[in-house]
Write a protein that binds this ligand. Structure first.
Ligand SMILES: Cc1cc2nc3c(=O)[nH]c(=O)nc-3n(C[C@H](O)[C@H](O)[C@H](O)COP(=O)(O)OP(=O)(O)OC[C@H]3O[C@@H](n4cnc5c(N)ncnc54)[C@H](O)[C@@H]3O)c2cc1C
Length: 390
């Protein structure tokens, strides 16, 4: 049976993951299929700066807005500066990414784009359905990043942490920044209910994104972050409010939680991106995992006709993440100490590799062995059987 509202694949949500999948499909033999992409808003804006580290040439390398091969970490009054010999740090702006991919999809005969709110997505063993206000579409598979899986809400989350952040993108008339290096974490020792740090991405010597970030279970008002950014700009760079122009503000909230693994939203509806659990719970980084998953989906559809499920961390990395979530949630002072020691005793390249979950066991031992044991022993004991539920 064919009708005009049936597609081979529907991509529900054209954010980081939906567009990544569309892009990978458009560059593969699957581009002969009929594909529908639906999002409530296709407008272009650089509201997110996606940063990531990468060993080889990263995906979308033409879109890289800025890269750094030196990273800094601020611990108490000291700044540790390290070259990134293996894992340079990159930044892609969400508007550039969107514009680039959408312009390709718009010119592609296999892709239809519909700008509309998605009211519902219903699973089915043959033809899952996507409903907008005025139409219903069916597909062989739907790939969705619009809705949080209900299991994420119904599960008994033990550590309901949120990474919240607000940044000012500023411009200054005079030279202020060293754009060769970026500040990964400049810890705020005065913050007590969670872990807090400043994140600084200098674009040029006269412009930067300066962001205050919290790992906390409580959400603060935006003016709390703004004050922190302004005080930092004053203390660190001697900039008063009249010395810079705020070009843009960036605010975000990313759950850092002990979520269960939920690859399917419903029958033949696969979760992508954040909905697919691709956010690393202890860092919030998601972007690199998204592209890995898109590549795997395309490869597996070509190979078997079925999509690859979102990647799942191995048991030991799930354990490390859970224990650190426990420490962040229960004892932020210990968490701060762990982060400070982690960066003082290990190279950032090694930490990035560890966070990519690519280490050999002995390399993990080296990193874990550099950290204080007691908070982890407590976390192992107190996190109980949660490890076996996620
Ligand atoms: C401000 C910010 C900065 C971040 N920076 C980084 C970073 O530097 N590095 C990193 O690795 N991760 C980062 N993340 C985390 C993660 O990479 C992003 O959240 C990423 O956008 C997740 O991709 P996604 O496809 O799951 O969701 P999104 O990119 O949010 O895409 C979801 C799409 O679904 C659409 N949609 C939602 N509901 C509906 C509906 N009912 N109908 C129609 N359309 C709908 C939305 O319009 C959106 O386009 C950041 C997150 C935020 C919020």
């Amino acid at each position: 049976m064919t009708n005009t509202n049936h597609y081979d694949y529907i991509i529900a949500g054209a954010g980081a993951s939906g567009l990544s999948l569309a892009w990978h499909i458009s560059n593969s033999p699957l581009s002969k299929k009929r594909i529908l992409v639906v999002d409530s808003d296709f407008s272009i804006s650089n509201e997110k700066t996606w940063c990531f580290w990468h060993r080889d040439t990263p995906e979308f390398s033409d879109l890289i807005f800025k890269s750094w091969s030196t990273a800094e970490v601020g611990i108490k009054d000291e700044v540790l500066s390290q070259p990134l010999e293996q894992y340079p740090y990159y930044c892609i702006r969400s508007g550039d990414y969107r514009e680039f991919i959408l312009s390709k999809l718009r010119a592609h005969p296999s892709f239809d784009l519909i700008e509309s709110d998605i009211a519902d997505i219903k699973g089915d063993k043959n033809r899952p359905l996507l409903e907008t206000e005025d139409s219903t579409f069916s597909a062989d598979y739907i790939f969705q990043s619009c809705f949080i899986p209900p299991e994420f809400r119904s599960t008994n989350i033990k550590y309901p942490l949120i990474q919240s952040f607000l940044g000012y993108e500023i411009e200054t008339p005079d030279t202020v920044f060293n754009s060769d290096s970026f500040m990964l974490m400049d810890f705020d020792n005065t913050y007590e209910t969670g872990l807090a740090f400043m994140y600084v991405l200098p674009w040029t010597d006269k412009s930067a994104l300066v962001e205050y970030t919290l790992f906390d279970s409580r959400i603060r008002k935006k003016d709390f972050f703004e004050k922190k950014v302004e005080v930092y700009l004053s203390n660190k760079y001697g900039l008063k409010r009249i010395d810079y122009r705020v070009v843009r503000k960036e605010y975000g909230e990313i759950p850092m939680q002990d979520l269960p693994y939920v690859p399917w939203y419903s029958e033949r509806v696969l979760n992508l991106g954040r909905s697919g659990g691709l956010t690393k719970p202890t860092t919030g980084y998601t972007f690199t995992n998204i592209h890995e998953h898109s590549k795997e989906i395309v490869a597996e559809l070509l190979n078997s006709g079925q999509p690859a499920l979102p990647g799942r961390s191995s048991f030991r990395y799930r354990a490390y993440d859970l224990w650190l979530l426990h420490i962040l949630h229960e004892n932020p002072y210990d968490a701060l100490r762990i982060f400070e020691i982690l960066f003082s005793k290990n190279k950032i390249d090694q930490i990035f590799k560890f966070l990519d979950e690519e280490n050999a066991l002995f390399e993990d031992f080296k990193i874990m062995g550099s950290l204080p044991y007691t908070p982890f022993f407590k976390a192992i004991w107190k996190s109980g059987d949660r490890l076996f539920q996620i």
